[in-house]
Ligand binder design. Structure first.
Ligand SMILES: *Cc1c(COP(=O)(O)O)cnc(C)c1O
Length: 455
């Protein structure tokens, strides 16, 4: 084990919470390419987004200000639910016998059980302020829908959730949670929208995908004056809100008396990884630190490691802005892996650019290895991780083992994005040896990229 002793865990008290979010667009060596309108393929103007988002979020989306104030009302909510510790994983270090120091930031302590409440609250707040009554959204695994339904309940907004069919079936209790907070939940593809109906016509047994559910939620919002749309990841303003994770972690590491050599996070649409990593990447861009950053994705949905860096639609129905990002193609429907939150075909434009420019590495892992790591972690640290988060654990363990082989004493930090209390079907499958791995083939990539638009 590492000889360097640090506290077991560090919390921040309410007046130590960051008062501003960090916007990496101010510091990126190469800026991202602008969004394009899905109909005209012209540059997206702020007013094009107005049917979907409040102006305050559209401004954040396009802003290049380095720091953006967190509104007082949002800060008050953060104070009420953000008691997210930075933990030294002494138990895990011992269990795997490593020479490395392992740390994790735990985002499962808030009522939604994942990091997603960090952006759901400001999104609901800005919509309420603009006079919106109802918010539509999609959810993959259910964490985002849960977070948004909690945030909508806080601000007295109606919430409509299109939930990817495979998760709707795998996680019935997630639906009950959202309904309890007052949300209306539809299995997607649904009969509620044109997009949903046309997909069901072709394939009545469609498992659904995030791409389809996004199209349904966007269509719902566009059709109604009183409704806006909210996205749980991918967009710049979502990642901006999630930098609360990394900003807190920076202060917590100071209190620990340490600094990470590696920052690891799982990657679905990029928000938990980026939110945790970007405040540290700032120090790498400026040359102050030489930390490694590793985004971890499922081998069944390998957008960074196998996908193409190009303009693509953000959704299957081609309603969301065209984004320059790593993508497997907007029609790609990933295998029904249990990390539902990591089944998005594309990725954050910001993270894609930083990966392309070499600031971030990526690794893809199979779900049986992920659950093996999850169980090791659960036994050693007592927390039952979300399958998504366990992707980060799997790579943290394998990097720690590499340190041990070389006798290195490095600090490995990963974001534990949520707990797995609603993922017990998956754990049951793993425990009974029924969990399968899925191969992503070159034929799938070829087919997926065939429909990427020519720009
Ligand atoms: C949604 C989710 C993810 C993946 O989404 P990102 O935008 O990549 O963060 C990861 N972990 C948990 C627990 C989630 O709920």
């Amino acid at each position: 084990m590492s000889n360097k002793k640090t506290p077991v865990r560090v919390y921040l008290n309410e007046n130590e919470l960051p008062k501003q979010w960090y916007n990496i667009q101010a510091d990126m060596p190469n800026p991202i390419k602008p969004y394009l309108n899905p109909m005209t393929k012209e540059l997206v103007q702020p007013q094009d987004l107005a049917p979907l988002f409040p102006m305050a979020l559209i401004e954040q989306e396009m802003s290049t200000e380095r720091y953006i104030d967190i509104p007082e009302e949002v800060l008050d909510k953060y104070k009420s639910f953000r008691y997210s510790p930075l933990v030294r994983a002494y138990g895990l270090e011992k269990a795997i016998g490593t020479t490395a120091r392992i740390y994790y930031k735990y985002e499962g302590t808030n009522p939604s059980g994942s990091h997603k409440l960090n952006t759901a609250v400001p999104q609901a707040y800005y919509n309420k302020k603009e006079g919106i009554k109802r918010i539509s959204t999609e959810t993959g695994a259910g964490q985002w829908g849960t977070a948004l339904s909690i945030a909508c309940a806080m601000y007295g907004l109606e919430c409509v959730v299109y939930m990817v069919r495979v998760s709707y079936d795998q996680k019935p209790y997630r639906k009950a949670v959202m309904q309890t907070y007052g949300a209306t939940v539809y299995a997607s593809p649904s009969k509620e929208t044109n997009v949903g109906r046309s997909i069901l016509e072709k394939d009545p047994n469609s498992l659904g995908s995030l791409g389809i559910a996004i199209s349904e939620a966007v269509e719902d919002a566009v059709m109604r004056e009183d409704t806006h749309y909210a996205l749980g990841s991918v967009l710049n303003h979502v990642i901006l809100h999630q930098t609360i994770i990394g900003l807190e972690s920076l202060t917590q590491f100071e209190k620990m008396g340490d600094y990470p050599d590696m920052v690891i996070g799982c990657n679905g649409g990029g928000s938990n990884f980026s939110g945790c990593a970007f405040p540290f990447i700032k120090h790498k861009i400026s040359g102050e630190k030489d930390t490694r950053f590793i985004a971890v994705e499922p081998a069944a949905c390998p957008k960074l490691t196998k996908g193409k860096f190009t303009y693509d639609f953000g959704d299957t129905g081609k309603m969301a802005p065209i984004t320059h990002m790593y993508t497997l193609g907007h029609d790609f429907i990933p295998a029904g892996i249990h990390a539902g939150g990591l089944r998005y075909h594309g990725d954050s434009a910001l993270l894609s650019q930083l990966y392309h420019d070499g600031y971030v590495e990526a690794q893809a892992v199979h779900q049986t290895d992920v659950f093996k790591a999850a169980v090791t972690f659960a036994k050693a640290e007592s927390i039952l991780p979300a399958p998504e988060s366990a992707h980060a654990i799997a790579v943290a363990i394998s990097e720690a083992n590499k340190c041990t082989e070389k006798g290195e004493d490095k600090a490995i930090f990963f974001n534990l994005s949520g707990h797995g209390h609603f993922d017990l079907t998956a754990y049951e499958a793993y425990n009974s040896g029924k969990l399968e791995d899925f191969e992503y083939t070159d034929a799938m990539l070829k087919q997926g990229l065939a429909t990427v638009p020519e720009i």
